[in-house]
Ligand binder design. Structure first.
Ligand SMILES: [Zn+2]
Ligand SMILES: [Zn+2]
Length: 340
């Protein structure tokens, strides 16, 4: 079968790999990979700046797949089912797994990051990590994982209807946070320096407020929008150290600050300011199984429309030449999808 591997930064190679799945364990399933979404993690790995990443690696963790065979004890899926993949392989017995937080398992292996992912024609995955849908298209199934990141962050923060929620950074991950904060009934404010992305938030996702950080002072704009209160919950989805540290200024007294994006380094903040406002800081990592189930329901019912998301598309053979272009923001890429 054909597979694509990131050999080292900036070098993807098409190669021929052995067909997997000759003998499946009882809890495994063999799947044919049909769609692969490309996201920031893949881009960072390509550019050589993804934390905890080693080469060579087969990328691909946003997957729309079709089941071809199942192990003897796998009952949740059957050959022919089309599924989204929850790419977080957890151990099942560490403190996080025992507390119902497999998304931050002590020895977590994310497909396409710490273990080989889906840029190949077939692969073996634990059957319990497959989330089937009879109604969704393969493109939609490939978007479930990316949506799950925003869904989980909004759930971590326990966003309530009516509260002001600020989302800093309207890249693909920030947009998923915007989507679920709106779904939770928050009054969403988006902060970015990219006008095109702010426009997308207002016009395609329905965010009521946006702040162009290049044109106005964010803190003044936030005070104006919230009648001086400031937002009660702030998400940073930039993964940019300056932005993350500046975000400490934005939450209201008693508010929460949620870091969705991450970078390789230390976050520092002024302690008296942090204490004065009794802030709660939260990290949000990956997503949980229930998030996948919930999102599939929301997309099936039409409450979440995935159509605006996909901006670029390539066949498997075109990936080697197309991928480097997706790393450049000026190409306007929001979500590129590979068809296998
Ligand atoms: Zn991703
Ligand atoms: Zn674990």
């Amino acid at each position: 079968m054909k597979a694509i591997r990131l050999e080292e930064p900036w070098r993807l190679a098409l190669f021929s790999a052995d067909e997997p799945g000759a003998s499946l364990k009882p809890d495994e399933a063999l799947v044919r990979v049909r769609r692969i979404g490309v996201c920031g993690t893949d881009i960072h790995a390509f550019n050589g700046n993804q934390p905890f990443f080693s080469y060579p690696r087969i990328l691909g963790h946003e997957l729309g797949v079709e089941v071809t065979a199942v192990g003897s004890s796998s009952r949740n899926v059957h050959p022919g089912d089309q599924c989204a993949v929850e790419p977080y392989l957890n151990c099942g017995h560490c403190i996080a797994c025992r507390s119902g937080k497999p998304n931050c398992c002590v020895s977590l292996q994310v497909l396409g990051v710490h273990a080989d992912g889906g840029m190949r024609e077939s692969m073996v995955v634990p059957a319990r990590k497959l989330h089937p849908s009879e109604n969704l298209k393969l493109d939609q199934l490939a978007l479930i994982e990316t949506l799950a990141i925003g869904c989980h962050a909004v759930e971590r923060a326990r966003v309530e209807a009516g509260e002001f929620a600020l989302v800093v950074g309207a890249g693909p991950i920030g947009l998923t946070v915007v989507q679920f904060a709106i779904e939770a009934g928050a009054q969403v404010i988006v902060l970015d320096i990219n006008r095109r992305r702010l426009e997308f938030c207002r016009e395609r996702l329905g965010a009521p407020f946006s702040i162009d950080a290049g044109a106005e002072n964010p803190l003044e704009a936030l005070k104006r929008i919230t009648a001086g209160d400031l937002p009660t919950v702030v998400f940073d989805a930039t993964g940019n150290p300056q932005s993350m540290m500046a975000a400490f200024k934005y939450p209201a007294n008693g508010g929460r600050l949620v870091f969705v994006g991450l970078f390789q380094g230390d976050v520092t903040f002024n302690d008296p300011e942090f204490h004065r406002r009794e802030l709660t800081i939260l990290a949000s990592r990956n997503a949980c199984s229930e998030d996948f189930t919930r999102i599939i329901g929301l997309v099936e019912s039409g409450r979440i429309d995935t159509d605006p998301w996909i901006t670029h598309r390539a066949s498997f053979a075109e990936v080697i030449t197309e991928f480097p272009r997706w790393t450049r923001p000026e190409t306007g890429v929001l979500k590129a999808v590979i068809e296998v």
